[in-house]
Design a protein around this ligand. Structure first.
Ligand code: ZN
Length: 556
């Protein structure tokens, strides 16, 4: 694991170069600049000790967790290479340098998995090399055009080149696809062995089966069967492990990056949410749009799991921390078995306490401030995720079957992210009216929702979640659902108007989506997804509040 590497290497340097180090340190003390260039960037993340209790875990469960912890360390190393083939040597270079702030540089490097700031459009914070679009899974100089023209000339290569699980390399004049199991052979085999061992030790039949099959997947680059087994996990240890998301591949968006979430299921909390998974049909019927536009034939129900994360590895570690995920991505498995939504409740709570709660002091009128509530932050996130699966998806436009995302093009993700927020609240109103949740909590829900918009707007309107929050803000402001109190510099919500305006907004967005109206979508964003000066002023006052957290997990 990277943090262990840091300690080991620092010790080695100390052992072998004691003399010179001391001399150099003296010199460095004299010329050390006052301010670290990395301090501000590090301060964006608040370190949080994640307290976890394993006292009632059986020895076999502890052993499984220990082995999975070792897997996470190995996948950290694989992911580091996936991000850049030069990452290890750049890290060594920082370590060997005379930079008086090199420890902070290393900390930042480990935090972002490379010398690029994942919070600032991947700009380099060490050195000047730009992050290649194809990161470590394509040759650095490969362009999209060359990739495509190779496939035009060699159609027989298409399957291997487009695979989620291959690295593209140059061999002389040729391009070649190398399966992950070969390219990262040493690490992959170590992972597979550990998964086999963990399977042996496990006493839970579903986990035993999944780990065994997953070991095989790592060895064969074939993940579908073990994804099916993952959907059936029913024990206390809930682990997602493998190459999943393709976001890091900015060249083609094709290659999957390794990650692992080691988590512990909270059975009571998960059971509490079980009642919601059966309500998706009701929620779809309740949307404020004509029935002809409702998506009433939606497929299988999705399982929901509430868990506490005990460790992460690879793709989920750099920069902003994941609070919920929805896997697998394999459409075949989704059709057969649906997908599983996993809520990382302890990470969510840590973010709430470190970020949203202190932010609320700047946002809310003092009389409404006490209404901010973690449970509704949690439910908003859950129903945001669920709302992505509600409303128009496959549509017919001009007699042709198509999808909302194809019609709305580059405006889609902004519209869709804003939709998921506001529809999440709309759905919670419905459950409150039905008596599934306390109706008297509506003000807590609205207050927590409103403060949450600022958490997203802080990321800026160039980003989908930020733009989605900005259009909700402007639309609701126009409907007088809240107002800015310039003398206090904060906001006050009109709860009655807020509830009504939420319905209007859900309807307007869903109709843009239902009609697949690109122009209406672009016009809507141009009008509403804009930065308000009062938001800018309030956000500027929050500069001491961290942007995200850096969870410190106990040794497994
Ligand atoms: Zn979303």
């Amino acid at each position: 694991m990277i943090k262990n590497l840091t300690i080991v290497s620092v010790c080695l340097i100390f052992l072998f170069s004691c003399q010179t180090t001391q001399i150099e340190e003296k010199k460095e003390v004299e010329k050390k600049p006052e301010k670290s260039p990395y301090a501000e960037k590090l301060a964006q993340f608040k370190k949080i000790d994640m307290e976890l209790d394993f006292t009632d875990f059986s020895p076999s469960e502890r052993e499984v967790l220990h082995k999975l912890g070792l897997v996470a360390q190995i996948l950290d190393r694989v992911y580091l290479k996936q991000v850049s083939i030069n990452n290890e040597s750049v890290r060594d270079e920082i370590e060997a340098s005379n930079d008086p702030f090199k420890n902070e540089a290393l900390e930042l490097f480990d935090l972002h998995f490379g010398p690029w700031d994942t919070l600032d459009n991947n700009k380099p914070f060490y050195g000047s090399a730009e992050k290649p679009k194809g990161v470590g899974v394509y040759p650095e100089d490969l362009t999209k055009e060359e990739f495509n023209s190779w496939l035009t000339a060699h159609p027989e290569d298409a399957e291997a080149f487009k695979s989620l699980y291959t690295v593209i390399i140059r061999e002389g004049e040729l391009l070649k696809a190398v399966p992950y199991s070969q390219f990262y052979a040493k690490e992959i085999e170590e992972v597979a062995v550990l998964l086999d061992e963990a399977s042996e030790v496990s006493e839970n039949a579903s986990l035993k089966k999944f780990l065994k099959m997953r070991a095989e997947s790592f060895r064969t680059d074939s993940y579908r069967d073990s994804e099916m087994a993952w959907m059936d996990l029913d024990g206390r240890i809930e682990v997602a492990i493998g190459p999943y998301e393709v976001y890091t591949d900015e060249l083609m968006g094709m290659k999957a990056f390794f990650e692992v979430f080691i988590t512990i299921r909270n059975p009571d909390e998960s059971a509490k949410l079980d009642k919601y998974k059966g309500s998706l049909g009701d929620l779809e019927r309740n949307l404020p749009i004509p029935d002809e536009h409702k998506n009433l034939n939606r497929g299988s129900e999705s399982p929901l799991a509430v868990v506490d994360q005990v460790l992460g590895g690879g793709d989920c570690k750099p920069g902003v921390q994941t609070i919920a995920f929805n896997l697998p991505n394999d459409e075949y498995v989704r059709e057969q078995k649906g997908s599983k939504k996993v809520m990382l409740k302890n990470v969510m709570k840590a973010k709430y306490q470190a970020i949203l709660d202190p932010m609320a002091n700047f946002i809310l009128d003092e009389n409404q401030r006490p209404l901010l509530d973690f449970e509704y932050f949690f439910l908003e996130v859950l129903f945001h995720e669920m709302s992505h699966g509600l409303g128009p998806g496959s549509i017919v436009k001009d007699g042709v079957k198509t999808t909302v995302s194809a019609c709305l093009q580059e405006t889609y993700s902004k519209i869709e992210e804003g939709k998921a927020d506001i529809m999440g609240m709309y759905n919670l109103f419905y459950l409150m009216d039905k008596g599934e949740l306390p109706k008297e909590d509506k003000q807590k829900l609205m207050t927590t929702y409103f403060a949450g918009l600022f958490r997203s707007m802080r990321f800026g309107i160039h980003e989908a979640h930020g733009a989605g929050a900005a259009f909700q803000y402007q639309y609701l402001l126009e409907k007088e659902a809240f107002s800015y109190q310039s003398e206090k510099g904060n906001f006050i919500i009109d709860f009655e108007k807020m509830e009504k305006a939420a319905t209007d907004l859900v309807r307007d967005i869903c109709m843009i989506q239902a009609l697949g109206d690109y122009q209406a979508s672009a016009d809507f964003l141009a009008k509403y997804a804009v930065e308000a000066p009062e938001v800018k002023a309030v956000v500027a006052k929050m500069d001491k509040i961290p942007v995200d957290i850096k969870p410190i997990y106990p040794q497994l």
